[in-house]
Every structure is written in C-alpha cells, then in structure tokens.
Design a protein around this ligand. Structure first.
Ligand SMILES: Cc1cc2nc3c(=O)[nH]c(=O)nc-3n(C[C@H](O)[C@H](O)[C@H](O)COP(=O)(O)OP(=O)(O)OC[C@H]3O[C@@H](n4cnc5c(N)ncnc54)[C@H](O)[C@@H]3O)c2cc1C
Length: 399
C-alpha cells in the first residue's frame, strides 16, 4: 500500500511547514509563559494569514469555507500541525471544535448549521463537548447520571460534568445526557446543544491539570447543569443516538489525535537529535557519540515510523471500509501511538538533561500535557481489552 501524499497534498504540506517555522514556533514561548487571552490578538492575526493562504479548516467542505481535504490528506495535515500546541488552533481545526463541526455537519438541522456550525467553522465562536462526569467512569460512557427531561417543548438538563475542555469562553456545549433511561444501555443518551449563556449552565472552575489551570481554549472545566432549559429543537440527530454519534465522532477523531501525536513525537525527536549533536559531555565529545543515545535515536525513529504506518493503514481502512470495520485498527493505534509519544518525549527530555525539564524548550509542555493521551478517547486498557477479546474470539475463546 502506497501512502505517499499526492503532489497537490505535498505542496499544501510544504506551505504548512513553512508557516509553522515562520509564524507558529516563534509564538510558542509566549503561549507557554503568557495567558491565552493576552495572546488572542496575535493569534487572530495569524489565523487571518492562514485564511488568506487558503489553508483554513482543512477538514471542512469548501462550501463552509474549509479546504475540503479528504480524510487521508487531513491526517497528513494533522501531523504537521501537531508539531506545535498552537498548530490546530491557528488552522481552525482544534479539538474539541473540529469534532463538533463534524457531528453538526453530519447530524445538524439546517437551523443548527446556520446558528452554530457556520460561525464555528469561520472561527468566530468556540464550543465544547460535555460528556465525562466526575462520579461515573468516562471509560464506560453508556453509564452516566446527567439527565435531560422533557417539559413542554423543552429539555431540562441536570447533572455534573468535568473535563469539558475549552468550555471557558465557548458559545455552546454539546452535552451528553440520558433522555431514555429505560432503553438498552447504548440507546439511553442523546446529544443536546446548550448555549453557554443558558441559565443553569454553570462553569464551576477550570480544573488545574499538571499544575496549570488553563484559560480560554486550553482549559478543562467542571460544569454544573442545574435545571438548564433548552428547546427540544436543540437535539442533535435522533433521541437516544448520543452514544452512537459519539462513537462516530471518536473513530475518525482518533486518527487525527494519533497523527497529531506523531507530529509531537517528530518534533521531540528532532529536538533530541539537535541536542545530541551539539552538547559536549567532555572536551570534543558530543552526546550523540554515546551508544545509549544512538540506540534511543534508532529506537525512536523505528517507533515513529511504525506508528505513522499503522495510523495511515487505519485511516485507509476507515476510508475504504468504514469506521465499524476499522475498529480493531483504531484501537491498536490509540494505545500504540500514545505509548510511542510518551517514550519519545521522555527520551528527548533525558537527552536535554536539566534543560529538558525547564520551560525553555517545548518538551516540558509536551510532557505535562500529553500524558493524558493514555486516558482520553478511551483509556489504553479499554482499547487493549477490546482488541484482545476480539482476537481471542477468533480462537474460539475470550469474554
Ligand atoms: C486532557 C483531557 C481532556 C479531556 N477532554 C474531554 C472533553 O472535552 N469532554 C469530555 O466529555 N471528556 C473529556 N475528557 C475525559 C476523558 O474522556 C475521560 O477521562 C476518559 O474517558 C476516562 O474516564 P475517567 O477519567 O472517568 O476514568 P475511569 O473510567 O474512571 O477509568 C480509570 C482507569 O481505569 C482503567 N480502566 C477503565 N476501564 C477499564 C477496562 N475496561 N479495563 C481495564 N482497565 C480499565 C484505565 O486505566 C483508566 O485510566 C478529557 C480527559 C483529559 C485527561
């Protein structure tokens, strides 16, 4: 299978690489040391440049102002953008908005598209996805407490969510809530659009993660829904289909996450190699001459290459056979790529010594923020168990 990008895609990737070097990496220092809101005017200018270059919202159809790239091409773009924590944001395809765009595009009514999707794609507003609850296991999203009860033409939502990423400053949330408590487990919940200025949408706090509370887009909120009333016309798709829609969002979403992680791994790898060839550990003796460092470099190279091929293979399978048929490959890449990511960042930090744990390089940011890769979008163990059970079934066993 030849996964090389087409000439047209390669040209787009080169434009993105150039923009990343000129405009994105130099902004990282301010991002690491400043507040998100203080950075917004500068980020808006850079977003305007991306739009002018025709590189905005690569994954969205052209009629919405996006580039209309296919799934495989967007996967490639995601790797390039993933090299910086600002990449996806500056190109209008950041989580959780990109996933929300996808499901609004697929399941939204015309009115929902006009009111929420169009300004979201234009980058005028932000959104969040509110599924996980502190008192229930996020790894089993069919089991949740938040309920949406019909009252007249409305839903009244009550419940507690947390890790609603980017809720701070978002215009709307897509909330998972139980609407059909008597249905079988995966048909109980629905996804409902809740404008964040609705009375009863209460952002309790931005949760401090790895010593950083975050603010605006890079933040994770606890949200209390207290008699939060929205019209039933805010239902996304069919009632009871919340879990099915979430699964559909997560399949392709995992490809994009994995490619983003590969971008981070490549960047960390480059930093590691750059450091290894300049750092003298004795007069005229560079770190890169040490076999253990050479072994790390070779191992990282092999692991990143393997991860990328696995992700492109899974993406190809989704493209040709659909999300359901590709579920095993998607589970494999989810934990494999998270593992490769952690290992590469860890070794890159080690090669940098004390410098690696300072905030003078991007590595410490990656180390703090990407640990979560093993947890979100399904913890590693859930994917491993799912894959192993399917394999064992083929051998006549496994429960
Ligand atoms: C940075 C970050 C951003 C996030 N953003 C969002 C967001 O925007 N919206 C949202 O709704 N949620 C978000 N989440 C939440 C995320 O989806 C959940 O944390 C995840 O689903 C795991 O749920 P949990 O934290 O409740 O862990 P639990 O379900 O309590 O699981 C704890 C641990 O148990 C183990 N485990 C669980 N199930 C099994 C199993 N079947 N077999 C073996 N071991 C198992 C795993 O090691 C797991 O890590 C985010 C989380 C993080 C860390």
């Amino acid at each position: 299978m030849d996964f090389s990008p087409s000439e047209k895609t390669e040209a787009i990737l080169q434009m993105i690489r150039d923009f990343m070097k000129k405009e994105v990496y130099p902004a990282e220092r301010e991002f690491m040391h400043g507040t998100f809101s203080s950075l917004l005017p500068m980020l808006e200018k850079k977003r305007a440049k991306v739009k002018q270059m025709g590189l905005w919202a690569p994954q969205m159809p052209e009629e919405y102002g996006g580039m209309g790239l296919g799934f495989m091409d967007h996967a490639r773009v995601s790797e390039e953008l993933g090299r910086s924590p600002l990449g996806h944001y500056l190109f209008g395809c950041q989580a959780p908005d990109a996933g929300n765009m996808e499901i609004l595009h697929k399941y939204g009514t015309n009115t929902q598209k006009k009111v929420w999707l169009e300004p979201l794609v234009r980058g005028e507003i932000r959104s969040c996805f509110s599924m996980t609850e502190p008192e229930k296991p996020g790894s089993n999203p069919t089991w949740m407490e938040t309920a949406a009860v019909k009252d007249g033409n409305d839903y009244v939502i009550n419940g507690q969510k947390w890790f609603t990423s980017s809720a701070d400053g978002a215009k709307f949330a897509i909330v998972m809530a139980v609407t059909n408590p008597d249905a079988e487990s995966h048909l109980r919940a629905s996804q409902i659009i809740v404008p964040t200025d609705t009375p009863g949408f209460n952002l309790v706090r931005n949760i401090s993660v790895m010593g950083h509370k975050g603010e605006g887009w890079p933040s994770h909120a606890e949200v209390l829904y207290q008699s939060c009333r929205v019209p039933q016309s805010n239902l996304l798709g069919q009632e009871g289909m919340g879990f099915v829609i979430a699964q559909e969002r997560l399949g392709p979403g995992r490809i994009h996450h994995c490619m983003r992680w590969i971008g981070i791994a490549e960047r960390s790898f480059e930093l590691m190699c750059q450091r290894a060839v300049v750092r003298e550990i004795a007069p005229r003796k560079r770190l890169g001459t040490k076999q253990i460092v050479q072994a790390w470099i070779a191992e990282c190279r092999a692991e990143i290459n393997a991860a990328r091929l696995m992700v492109l293979d899974a993406a190809h399978k989704i493209d040709t056979l659909g999300v359901y048929e590709a579920r095993e490959e998607v589970s494999l890449i989810k934990f494999f790529c998270a593992d490769v990511l952690s290992k590469v960042i860890e070794r890159a930090i080690q090669v940098h010594g004390a410098l690696g744990v300072t905030d003078d390089t991007i590595l410490s940011f990656f180390y703090r923020h990407e640990r979560a890769a093993h947890i979100y979008d399904g913890p590693d163990e859930v994917h491993k168990v799912a894959v192993a059970r399917r394999i064992l079934r083929r051998f006549g066993g496994g429960t």
